[in-house]
Design a protein around this ligand. Structure first.
Ligand code: 13P
Length: 334
């Protein structure tokens, strides 16, 4: 795989008006989502649910890629067509989550470090054979009274950079995701400081590990007030702080930035992205890589009646893709 190919995949991921759907929930995380709609967490239900999402008609109009889980990238429709083939036919790039989760960081109570580097070269080679064009690794930064520590930020940045270098060696575009959690009662200024320090550390580590930024996508969390903060910043304040933070820490050579939704409501996630794009032009396309903010409404319909609501659930995920696609252009209207 040439440098040009990595660059063109990265650019396709953030093509105008398009974004990414994250359906890479681990078996433990999808259980939480299924529990919320009383669906048993069986392999067949996980397969059927992902089939409903991936076969939604014209999903590819606003979706450039979908992030899959290890189990999902090996699955097929009921009729036996591999999900990766369904996606390629729809113009949706297959992506794969390759970290194995955020684990407690020894010596730093309340902080997490993401694991999954051991054997990653071999796993990436297999995922490339299975059709993966990009990958995801999520680091978690927790804001608390004494956190995050510099050690936690650095350990996670180092792992993200090692992962990114291995991805590029395998011809896979790395999506690097340092998520600053919304949990806590901190205000938006604290979130800004932590996000800026995290991004600066990450881009320093990517440089140290010889990662080609032109073939890398950042998956960022927005700069928001903590969930329990009494003073909730409004849409324009979130958009302004997020763009200012990104401009101060993210090199302009990066081909694109996508956001996670992180527990925001569907409407907040769309409104924030739209407001940021209305403030453009920016050095990079700003788009979405939402999990919950793309799926929640569709899951609720499907969970109520998998057969009767199949089409309504598909229409719902396509509607969310369209709304977020418009927000990626700054053209969404409430
Ligand atoms: P949310 O949009 O639900 O935060 O999920 C995105 C994601 O992939 C987190 O890694």
């Amino acid at each position: 795989m040439s440098i040009e190919e990595l660059e063109s995949i990265a650019q396709a991921m953030v093509a105008p008006g398009k974004g990414i759907i994250a359906i890479d929930e681990s078996t433990a995380t999808i259980k939480k989502r299924f529990d919320s709609v009383n669906v048993p967490n069986t392999e067949e239900n996980r397969r059927a649910y992902r089939e409903m999402l991936l076969t939604a008609p014209r999903l590819g109009e606003h979706i450039s890629g979908a992030i899959l889980y290890d189990e999902t990238i090996r699955q097929a429709t009921k009729a036996g067509v591999p999900f990766t083939k369904i996606m390629l036919d729809a113009g949706i790039l297959p992506g794969i989550k390759v970290d194995i989760g955020a684990k407690p960081l020894a010596g730093f109570p309340g902080e997490l470090v993401t694991e999954g580097l051991d054997g990653l070269r071999e796993r990436l080679a297999e995922y490339a054979k299975l059709g993966a064009k990009f990958a995801k690794w999520r680091a978690v930064i927790t804001i608390g009274e004494d956190t995050p520590s510099g050690t936690c930020i650095e350990a996670n940045s180092h792992a993200l950079a090692r992962y990114a270098a291995l991805c590029q060696e395998a011809g896979i575009v790395p999506m690097v995701e340092p998520e600053v959690l919304m949990d806590g009662d901190h205000d938006i200024d604290v979130c800004y400081e932590v996000t800026e320090a995290t991004l600066r550390s990450l881009f320093g580590a990517l440089y140290e590990q010889n990662v080609l930024l032109e073939g890398t996508i950042l998956k960022a969390s927005m700069v928001v007030s903590g969930k329990d903060c009494a003073d909730q910043a409004d849409v324009d304040s979130v958009a302004e702080a997020t763009v200012r933070c990104l401009k101060s820490a993210v090199p302009a050579t990066l081909p694109g930035i996508v956001f996670l939704s992180g527990g925001q409501t569907d409407e907040q996630a769309t409104a924030h992205l739209n407001a940021m794009n209305q403030m453009g032009p920016h050095p990079w396309p700003l788009s979405f890589s939402y999990g919950r903010a793309m799926q929640t409404a569709a899951l609720q319909l499907w969970g109520k009646d998998m057969q009767a609501n199949f089409k309504a659930a598909q229409d719902m995920v396509v509607l969310r893709a369209k709304q977020n696609g418009l927000a990626a252009l700054g053209q969404w209207k409430k």
